[in-house]
Design a protein around this ligand. Sequence first.
Ligand SMILES: Nc1ncnc2c1ncn2[C@@H]1O[C@H](COP(=O)(O)OP(=O)(O)OP(=O)(O)O)[C@@H](O)[C@H]1O
Ligand SMILES: [Mg+2]
Length: 380
Amino acid sequence: MKKVSGQPKTIKFGKISLPVSEIVNDYIPQEQKIVGYKNVLENLAFGVQKNLPTLLIGETGLGKTALIRHLAGQTNNGFRRLNLNGQTTVDEFVGRTLLNKDGTYWQDGVLTDALRHGYWLLLDEINAALPEILFVLHSLLDDDRYIVIPENGGEIVRPHENFRIFATMNPSGKYHGTKDLNKAFLSRFPMIIQLEYPKPEEESLIIQSYSKITPKDANNLASMAKDIRSSYFKDEIDTVCSTRDLINCAQMSEDIGMNMALELSVINRASKEDNKAINTIVKLYFGGRAITTEELSLAQLAKIAYEINDDYEKFEMLMTQSFNDLKSYLDKELLSIDPVKFANLIGFLGVALNTIQASSIKRTSSEKMITRYYEAIKEK
Ligand SMILES: Nc1ncnc2c1ncn2[C@@H]1O[C@H](COP(=O)(O)OP(=O)(O)OP(=O)(O)O)[C@@H](O)[C@H]1O
Ligand SMILES: [Mg+2]
């Protein structure tokens, strides 16, 4: 096709416009969607435009890799990734001398390959890199902007104009096997972007974009994760729940149901010590649904809420949800309900009432609501 103008194509991220490369290569990522993160994308695009090495700091599974893949894909740039987790050697990074029947020859490592061809290189867990690797990176990130390969006859490799370099690390402290990057090294990244887990409203949209679960379930997953993370950041538990875990859970739930999916993707991730706390949080958001199958009692829910903490708002929310479930159940089923189930319901409400009365939670409206239902059901 003939080009109308001689202008190369560009794509905008906020105010920043990036050229779309016309060079085809094997490493251009397939479509990687990003929901939200508008400002982050704009900042990253700015770094790309100005050719600034960029370090992304954030907990696991919140989209660091996805962001760079997305930008690389949209701008038609090759994308390569290397994990520097302490076991990656300089050979893999820079290259090595190999032997064949004609003698020795040089084989580029991932960095050298990316430099020559102008790929975007993402270095994961840079704070776990071996000193030899950091040494190579120093010269690349310094003003010289090249690497020297003594093993290949002192060859100097300068970056192709499309080459960009990104690095990621998890925030220090929580993770084993990582050591803090020293200040001198940090200062070689002119752009540092700190990422937080998305807000529940945003994370719910991310989850929905990967699965067919209902918005209500997605909202519950996102709020549940927020609670787990807040315990994690308060150092109450060592288990965390990432956006990646939530996406997996939502996708699995389409086949095996939400309870089993939660078990496999969230609960089983917890250590023995954290198991109870994680279970309690999960139940807070997903326990309530069972009332519609006449199994789980309001009393149990009340107890869970009471055990968790004195968070009155959460308690109210849970009770309201249970009541709504219970009410629609009753409206539908009351006429045909069998006597045993009916007796159970009365029992459940009675215990719920006792639990609330015995608790220290500010309880007037919950108590009133329960009393109302209790009386209404008993009358039937
Ligand atoms: N804002 C978002 N929009 C779309 N997908 C997202 C978003 N955030 C995270 N994801 C998805 O969540 C999953 C985990 O993201 P990703 O692998 O980028 O995390 P990460 O921060 O690189 O984690 P790690 O530190 O473990 O490497 C991926 O499937 C990714 O596509
Ligand atoms: Mg990653």
